[in-house]
Design a binder for this molecule. Structure first.
Ligand code: DOR
Ligand code: ZN
Ligand code: ZN
Length: 376
């Protein structure tokens, strides 16, 4: 089975800085990415728009340049969100939006100084890591509730109400509560979903303590994964889109035991395809589907016996999730260039940079091959 798809945008990924950056960029180009949204949690963070602002941070101008020099000039678009701090000024939002360099901001603190209003007016997207800060451990991750559910019950509804024109991306959803909120929210609210949150639950993380699966927000339960899967495979999905949160860490095992983040550079469409199939989607593209008379064999012979049958719109839903909903939300052009996914096993290899190793998520899960590969 071969799927020809428009090149896609990874609308949430981490490209870090320094020597590792060209390797991360190369992996993203190799997986058919037309463009990226590169998160600004670098050191220092990307917390000013223009290089000539005198705040002690990196600027969107400079970080975009670094990405381009690292091979990112081959992307047709790069969005770097502004890391919001207490020093963020309304004037910077207005000026940044006017030049077109500022298209999104990443929210880590609650802003009350007019910044959200300025973003709303300038059409700048708010990217939210939706977890309540500073909760007691017993509430942060409990059977009855957790930091994400609290955020989607108590915080985000207020922001949406107060800023009805503000475009919001709820990043890396992990709970049914968040999925339900996004689905019932106005069209200004959409969400990214990572491969790991579609593939796994907290049980996979804990069974054998698979620290490569440790990311934030933490994986949740089967009910939550089912809600995420249902949201992305729905044929009428207009809100849920690809954002891998690919987050490389050379040393997953740190002094404190772990660093949060799963590396999925180079293999994300493959993992998303795997997740869609596990969710029951039939990914065979319309042209390759053969009408089945009673008792007849599928012309492709092998796959019909295993292929799930409950979603004949699977391919369209997959293309929609990976290639259309996100760029439409951000107002990006859907590329005419394509890339191809093929249902043939692919080996996964570690990424080695300067003597350090970044372990892609499947390897960390002791999975050495993927059911899908990208063919150039
Ligand atoms: O797992 C995560 N890793 N979650 C985040 O929010 C940040 C990211 C990173 O930068 O490593
Ligand atoms: Zn985050
Ligand atoms: Zn992230």
């Amino acid at each position: 089975m071969k799927l020809e798809l428009p090149k896609w945008y990874d609308l949430h990924a981490h490209f870090r800085q320094g020597d590792v950056m060209p390797h991360l960029v190369r992996d993203h180009l190799a997986m058919g990415c037309a463009g990226i949204l590169a998160m600004p949690n670098t050191a220092p963070p990307v917390a000013k728009v223009f290089e000539n602002d005198d705040l002690p941070y990196w600027s969107i101008e400079a970080y975009t340049d670094m990405l381009k020099k690292a091979g990112g000039d081959k992307f047709s678009d790069i969005i770097v969100p502004l890391y919001l701090t207490k020093a963020t000024k309304v004037a910077a939002i207005e000026a940044g939006a006017k030049t077109g360099i500022l298209r999104a901001c990443k929210y880590y603190l609650f802003m009350t100084n007019g910044v959200f209003r300025a973003m709303e007016e300038a059409g700048v997207v708010l990217c939210i890591h939706g977890e309540e800060h500073g909760m007691a451990a017993e509430n942060y991750f409990d059977r009855a509730t957790n930091a994400e559910e609290y955020f989607y019950r108590e915080r985000l509804p207020r922001i949406v109400e107060k800023f009805p024109g503000l475009k919001i991306v709820s990043e890396h959803l992990t709970t049914k509560v968040a999925v339900d909120f996004v689905r019932s929210a106005p069209a200004t609210v959409a969400a990214t979903v990572t491969p790991q949150h579609l593939l796994y639950t907290v049980g996979h993380l804990l069974q054998g303590l698979k620290h490569h699966l440790y990311c934030l927000p933490l994986l949740k339960f089967e009910e939550d994964r089912a809600a995420l899967r249902a949201a992305v495979i729905a044929p009428a999905n207009t809100k849920f889109f690809a954002g891998t949160d690919s987050a490389p860490h050379a040393k997953k095992v740190t002094e404190c035991g772990c660093a949060a983040g799963c590396y999925t550079g180079g293999i994300a469409p493959q993992l998303y395809a795997q997740a869609f199939e596990e969710a029951g989607a039939d990914l065979s593209p319309p042209s390759s589907r053969t009408p089945k008379a009673e008792g007849s064999q599928d012309s492709r012979g092998d796959s019909s016996s295993q292929a799930p049958r409950n979603d004949s719109h699977g391919f369209r839903a997959f293309e929609n999730f990976l290639c259309r909903v996100g760029p439409e939300f951000y107002g990006l052009k859907i590329p005419s260039e394509t890339f191809t996914l093929e249902k043939t096993p692919q080996d996964v290899a570690a990424l080695s940079v300067g003597g350090e190793h970044i372990i892609p998520l499947p390897l960390g899960m002791k999975q050495k091959t993927l059911p899908w590969r990208i063919v150039q």
